[in-house]
Design a protein around this ligand. Structure first.
Ligand SMILES: Cc1ncc(COP(=O)(O)O)c(C=O)c1O
Length: 427
């Protein structure tokens, strides 16, 4: 950001002697005078400043990159941009927001291991080079769309002490990580570092020690393969506020802030699975924060199917389908039998009516999917007939009647759009 005033942020100054609590009371009084009882937020941007200072003081070697997904309101992002943090973006929309504030692309990491090709191209156009990956398909996609990217290998971390886990969905095992580094070399890509995420709301700071040591082992492999790896992305999981005996920021900072030099990696290995036992993981560009929120409710039933016709008796594999967000629990369906699917193929989900659009959010900056409404001509005719039969319109005037025409033949119903659309409140 070049120059700015407090007006650009849209906040009210808390004058000397006025606390947030006073401000809330003042707001309550104002609202009751207006006869309003609506809920409201009070966001003290000063808290961001305090937290930022605490971070840089306790972990001077770690540059904070704010994960936009956690709160993308403009005043919050503007405040952090002004404080000079970097940004972790997971989608085109998040990148748009951050760059619109004048943040230099070198302060942004595109930290979604599964990127839609169009979003990847957008990042390339914006000059955002740092990005994470954890699969071969993603490496190949990046090699095709963005050769100059600076890649960060995401490895799985132990998240068993975190309230929200990530590693079922994200992160390569050590063995796969090794193979991916080799593949990256072969594709002539530049891998500059390693990332992990111990899961959100981590209750055990020691988890970072182990994850950092696994990352260290990956750096060593990278060095042998000729990469110049210099970046370690610690993901997240840090407490925003202290709860004694559960999360205490100081304890995290004590482990991360000092030079961690632990050599033994966790030894977590891939099991060799034969082709017959193969299970698949797919990532699609919708998910439980968009159209699939209902899968979080009991008795949800999802029926995916590939759009492309398959040969009769084509081999299928138990397949797990994940959504597009960085949420480790963004899981649409587990172990559903599907044929081998390729990147770019369409999957169809049927019966996506109730509790899809209405519960959808734009979490992680993914817009709600477009809806293209359709109706057959015969169904439309039926609508018109039913409407007319109810006597809800002046059928004569509208030229609509299901009475036989004078020549004895049924007359096709005619469109009466203005009246129909005026009568509906739907989209
Ligand atoms: C890649 C990545 N980085 C950082 C974060 C922020 O994590 P947390 O809120 O646990 O600090 C997330 C959260 O989903 C993430 O997916």
């Amino acid at each position: 950001m070049n120059s700015f005033t407090s007006d650009d942020f849209g906040f009210t100054f808390l004058e000397e002697g006025i606390s947030v609590q006073d401000f809330i009371e003042q707001k309550n009084q104002e609202l009751s005078m207006l006869d309003s009882e609506d809920a409201f937020f009070v966001a003290d941007l000063g808290e961001l400043v305090k937290k930022h200072q605490r971070w840089v003081r306790s972990m001077p070697r770690v540059t904070p990159f704010y994960a936009v997904k956690c709160n993308d309101s403009r005043p919050v992002v503007m405040t952090l941009a002004t404080l000079g943090t970097g940004f972790d973006c997971a989608s085109r929309h998040e990148i748009e927001l951050v760059t619109s504030l004048g943040v230099d692309p070198s302060r942004i990491i595109y930290a979604n291991t599964c990127k839609q090709a169009s979003h990847l191209k957008y990042a390339a156009d914006q000059g955002i080079q740092m990005m994470t990956f954890d699969s071969e398909a993603e490496l190949v996609k990046i090699a095709r769309c963005y050769k100059d990217a600076k890649l960060v290998l995401r490895i799985a971390a132990d998240d068993s002490d975190s309230l929200l886990t990530m590693s079922d969905k994200f992160g390569a095992t050590m063995k796969t990580g090794w193979k991916l580094l080799e593949r990256g070399r072969w594709l002539d890509l530049d891998i500059i570092g390693v990332s992990f995420h111990v899961g959100s709301a981590c209750t055990n700071p020691d988890t970072y020690r182990k994850a950092i040591s696994d990352a260290r082992a990956m750096f060593d492999v990278g060095k042998q393969l000729g990469y110049k790896m210099t970046l370690l992305d610690l993901g997240g999981g840090f407490p925003g506020y202290d709860i004694p005996d559960l999360f205490v920021f100081k304890e995290f900072a004590a482990i991360i802030g000092k030079k961690v030099d632990i050599k033994e990696p966790s030894g977590d290995e891939d099991k060799d699975v034969g082709a017959d036992n193969k299970t698949m993981m797919y990532y699609v560009n919708d998910g439980v924060h968009s159209s699939f929120k209902f899968v979080l409710f009991p008795h949800a039933y999802v029926l995916p199917g590939p759009q492309k016709k398959r040969k009769l008796n084509e081999r299928t594999y138990p397949s797990t389908i994940f959504g597009q967000t960085c949420d480790g629990h963004d899981l649409i369906v587990e172990e559903f039998d599907l044929p081998d699917l390729q990147v770019g193929e369409w999957l169809l989900f049927y019966n996506m009516g109730a509790y899809t659009v209405t519960t959808s959010t734009t979490f992680n900056g993914f817009p709600q999917p477009d809806i293209h409404y359709v109706m057959s001509r015969s169904a439309w005719q039926r609508v018109q007939q039913i409407y007319a039969a109810q006597g809800l319109c002046d059928c004569e005037e509208a030229g609509l009647t299901d009475a036989p025409a004078s020549d004895g033949k049924p007359r096709p119903a005619r469109l009466i759009e203005p009246k129909i659309s005026g009568g509906w409140t739907g989209q």
